[in-house]
Design a protein around this ligand. Structure first.
Ligand SMILES: Cc1cc2nc3c(=O)[nH]c(=O)nc-3n(C[C@H](O)[C@H](O)[C@H](O)COP(=O)(O)OP(=O)(O)OC[C@H]3O[C@@H](n4cnc5c(N)ncnc54)[C@H](O)[C@@H]3O)c2cc1C
Length: 324
């Protein structure tokens, strides 16, 4: 709404931070304007809301370095070895970069992206395939229920007897297994993934008896949750307190031109809630706008006001890959 361009970097394949990764099906009751809303819907709504402004999403890219430039701008280099230049940076890195919890089993690293994946990017890719899903949370259970109708065969293993996912979907999963629509194997763990060029077989082991089983599969989907780490941000020269970035009431960090919002920030009285993050993001964005363009007022005015006819066709060219 400030007529600026924005690029959003995230190592996750999907937008939504903790809401998408950790509790997509849980209801949230304390976001203003929504008596209750599922986390995944709360993610979908803002994505729809930003659509007219054409922000650039760079998913599966983690910001690795932040280097202040002589002209006052910043160069951000990412895990995809791309570099982006920007006049202002807003850090909303939450509890740190969320990355899939990687499996520790033979063949796993070698066969990643050769049949073994940590996220579903395109469900159609599994049509007619024999799929092994690993996990006991919402993601594993939801994908088990979705893929059973697409794949030739679905086996789902979990290392515990009980599932962590939403009760109603777990019941649907158990009913589907009883109806022979998919195979549910507990308590099992992955021991090895085999295959020359791509996944052909998975060896699983029963946690209690130690007995091994071999499954002929074309794809292994490891949906065992996420780990988070503050990672590179800790070395950007920002003033930190207990692994959080110190921010003032303008959401400025100790580096002029670098702002922060959400769970990553700390200041006296800080509360870590979505509603608070929304407010901090608005504060950070408007101060960042005025920093990037000193002639702009910090106060954005009201989006509902008659004089606020959208000027918001975004100039996608004004944030460019510095390497371009
Ligand atoms: C189970 C659970 C239930 C919750 N329920 C509620 C609730 O009912 N109400 C409520 O208000 N709050 C709730 N919360 C808290 C709420 O989810 C957080 O306050 C909120 O997600 C914070 O948003 P954020 O954008 O600051 O950070 P996050 O959601 O953590 O998102 C940060 C994003 O930044 C990315 N990132 C990190 N480092 C980098 C990097 N170097 N480069 C690029 N990207 C990076 C991460 O991958 C992630 O996607 C809950 C949390 C949990 C775990």
């Amino acid at each position: 709404m400030r007529d600026l361009t924005a690029r959003i970097l995230d190592p996750m394949a999907e937008a939504g931070g903790q809401l998408s990764a950790l509790y997509p099906d849980k209801y949230i009751y304390d976001v203003a304007g929504f008596p209750k809303i599922r986390a995944k819907d709360l993610v979908r709504n803002p994505l729809e809301q930003v659509e007219p402004f054409d922000p650039i999403f760079s998913s599966e890219e983690r910001a690795e370095t932040l280097a202040p430039q002589e002209d006052g701008s910043f160069l951000v280099i990412t895990s995809a070895r791309r570099s982006y230049r920007s006049r202002a940076v807003i850090i909303t890195a939450g509890v740190g970069a969320l990355e899939p919890r990687r499996l520790d089993a033979e063949g796993v690293d070698r066969l990643e992206h050769k049949g073994l994946e940590y996220a579903v990017r395109n469900a159609e890719a599994y049509r007619g395939k024999r799929v092994l899903i690993i996990g006991g949370g919402d993601s594993a259970v939801d994908w088990g229920l979705t893929l059973k109708d697409l794949a030739a065969h679905v086996s789902l293993i979990h290392r515990r007897e009980t599932f962590r996912a939403h009760g109603a979907t777990v019941n649907r999963l158990i009913a589907a297994a009883e109806a022979g629509e998919l195979e549910l194997l507990t308590p099992y763990e992955l021991k090895a993934v085999l295959g020359e060029e791509e996944v052909r077989e998975a060896v699983i082991v029963h946690k209690q008896t130690g007995k091994e089983r071999s499954l002929n599969v074309d794809a292994v989907l490891a949906l065992t949750g996420y780990v988070s780490r503050l990672g590179p941000i800790a070395h950007w020269g920002l003033e930190l307190e207990k692994n959080r970035i110190k921010a003032n009431t303008r959401m400025e960090t100790s580096l002029p031109g670098v702002f922060a919002a959400g769970d990553i920030t700390t200041y006296p009285g800080k509360i870590r809630l979505i509603a608070v993050g929304f407010g901090e993001a608005a504060t950070a964005a408007n101060h960042a706008a005025a920093h990037a363009h000193p002639k702009l007022r910090v106060d954005p005015g009201h989006s509902s006001g008659p004089s606020r006819t959208p000027r918001w066709r975004v100039r996608a060219s004004s944030i460019e890959s510095a390497s371009a």
